[in-house]
Design a protein around this ligand. Sequence first.
Ligand SMILES: [Zn+2]
Ligand SMILES: [Zn+2]
Length: 264
Amino acid sequence: MRIGSVEIQPLFDGYGREQAGEIISRFNFPDAWRCHPESFGHDGHWEFPVGGFLIRTGERIIVLDTGVGPMDDGSYKGGGLIAQLASFGVRPTDVTDVLFSHLHFDHIGWASRDARPVFPNATYRVHERDWRHFMDGEAKSAVGTELLSPIQNQLELFTADFEIAPHVSTRFSPGHTPGSTVFVIASEQQRAILLGDIVHSTVQLSEPDWTVIWDVDPLAASRVRNDIADDAEKTGDLLVAAHFPKMQFGRVLRVEGIRKFVAL
Ligand SMILES: [Zn+2]
Ligand SMILES: [Zn+2]
């Protein structure tokens, strides 16, 4: 995908599998997912990609989110991201920046390996609030500490929105996690928004009051998600997220009065 002068490629790392009924809810509507058999089948089986994106802009080679890494716990299986990078001619040593939309385990899998950063020459960047939440706060975990401690010498935390690289800007979007950040690519009158986990299922763009159990602050997450979706409907901005089917870019359109994600 090209947005003006910026090149963006999805990096598949693997897959996650969940039961929609355990993850997705709508207040007062049990099993709301049943209205969307096209996305969840009749048994609620929900399979989605995990991974990240390669962004090339000017001299910078950026990896946004790093999948689950080499693992298989029956629900999540990963390990393909470095091979995907190689297929685009990029070695880990070439990467100048690693950005995290947030620090859930399925986005930090390739942060480090065997206690060393996977991307030795990169600056790793994440919002300061997520770093605190996952390293010192209530979401502190053994897995997070193991994967993130080795990157500390290459880490730059941010607290305000800024242009992180030419044509790539951060937009602080808390709710899913305290430091969740969306990345806006804008070049030559084209825009794409890389959503992180602001949206998990594209169905959430049609169902404004769905929540997922992973949203730390469901009200804030819902506000952010619906603001971005309404905005994208007006502007025609492209949207994409790691957990979207096939990691496909698409647009928000209104079809027969219903807001809808339509993949390109
Ligand atoms: Zn998440
Ligand atoms: Zn995720």
